[in-house]
Design a protein around this ligand. Structure first.
Ligand SMILES: [Zn+2]
Ligand SMILES: [Zn+2]
Length: 259
């Protein structure tokens, strides 16, 4: 087929009077195409950050299930053990449960894009607020003009969380929004990140140190939380990071509350 024919082909195909000999035959129907079309129609599902994780974990557990059933039924049906490499071995519940628990935990904490993005967003927010906070304490004009109002309450309480100047509120809101944009978060992740961020800021001003407070749940003293930020309100030269402890540790401004 020459170049002249190629340039005419689209017109020929869409014209009702086109010679049928030039029209390309429709491709043969693909067996699984209808299934794929249905999957693609579930945009909300496949576009969700949960989807890749849910898909891989469902596939993994589904592939494990027949072998787990073979192991479970082995004592009652010796024929099923015919092909087993170690015929006398059957994993116990104490061996099986930690495997399932570890798989679920690792998918939830390490693999799940939502959790990863939220934690990454919090770490970025923590670094940005730390720098902003130090600057607004170290420069007297900035402290007097913008941050002093937040320090009117030496002992914090929940509603004092956003008792701050418009500039401080704008700055924190900007960091909050910039991080989810920078990370390219899914809308669901953006929502969860905002909720977690608001909760953690309220918790750190709540004035309550419960056994289930976040700083008691995060290991190795990585998270300062309510105790550290409450100390910042009473001793403003320490604990500038809003959540985590690494920045204050590195800059020598970390102080722990007396027990
Ligand atoms: Zn505060
Ligand atoms: Zn401060």
């Amino acid at each position: 087929m020459g170049p002249g024919n190629c340039s005419e082909l689209p017109g020929v195909q869409h014209s009702p009077g086109a010679p049928p000999a030039l029209a390309l035959p429709p491709p043969p129907p693909l067996l699984l195409q209808p299934l794929w079309d249905r999957v693609r129609a579930w945009d909300a599902l496949t576009g969700s950050p949960f989807f890749p994780v849910a898909f891989s974990i469902t596939a993994y557990l589904s592939f494990c299930l027949p072998f787990a059933l073979l192991d479970a039924l082995g004592p009652w049906a010796p024929a099923l053990r015919r092909y087993k490499i170690h015929p006398g071995f059957r994993p116990s519940a104490r061996q099986l449960l930690p495997c399932v628990a570890r798989t679920l935990y690792q998918h939830a904490v390490l693999v799940l894009p939502l959790v990863g993005h939220v934690v990454l967003g919090l770490l970025l927010f923590d670094a940005e607020v730390f720098a902003w906070h130090v600057l607004h304490h170290r420069v007297p004009w900035l402290y007097r003009s913008f941050h002093k109002v937040h320090h009117q309450n030496a002992a914090a309480f929940a509603l004092a969380t956003q008792y701050m100047s418009a500039w401080e509120l704008f700055s924190l809101g900007f960091f909050d929004l910039a991080n989810v944009t920078l990370l390219g978060c899914h809308p669901l992740t953006v929502l969860v990140f905002h909720l977690v961020n608001i909760w953690l800021s309220v918790e750190s001003h709540s004035g309550y140190d419960f056994p289930w407070s976040t700083h008691r749940l995060v290991p190795f003293g990585w998270y300062g939380g309510v105790v550290h930020h409450d100390l910042h309100h009473s001793r403003p030269n320490c604990n500038f990071a809003p959540y985590f402890t690494h920045w204050d540790k590195m800059m020598g401004t970390l102080q722990s509350a007396p027990l």
